[in-house]
Ligand binder design. Sequence first.
Ligand SMILES: [Fe+2]
Length: 135
Amino acid sequence: MLTDIGTEELAHWEIIATLIFKIVDRATPEELIDAGMGPNYIQHGRDVYPNDAAGVPWTAAYIQAIEDPITNLHEDLAAEQKARTTYEHLINSTKDRGVIDTLSFLREREVVHFQRFGETLRMVQEHIDNIKHKR
Ligand SMILES: [Fe+2]
């Protein structure tokens, strides 16, 4: 399950990068600046660069792992909800039908991921409880 979701998330990044590239590919510098992308254009041109809405670059520090599967799965559940909410904010920020459709698909996948992590959390908790009862 973890490998499946992890692989899908990498594919989502590719979808988002392609979506952004298609939006900025033919934009003039003036159009990018008018769209609020001036700092990004100055720093990265039209290249897709993974940073948040405030311009903070993506970092592995966003990934949390602390060895405890219960704790890690709760972190995963929270990450899926944060992704869902971010997609909703992005959807609310555009009128472009193609962008909305793409983001809506990605949003639905985060809902599915949340459900899978929840199922996994219950299975792991049952496994831990069974081990405790056998002692
Ligand atoms: Fe996800």
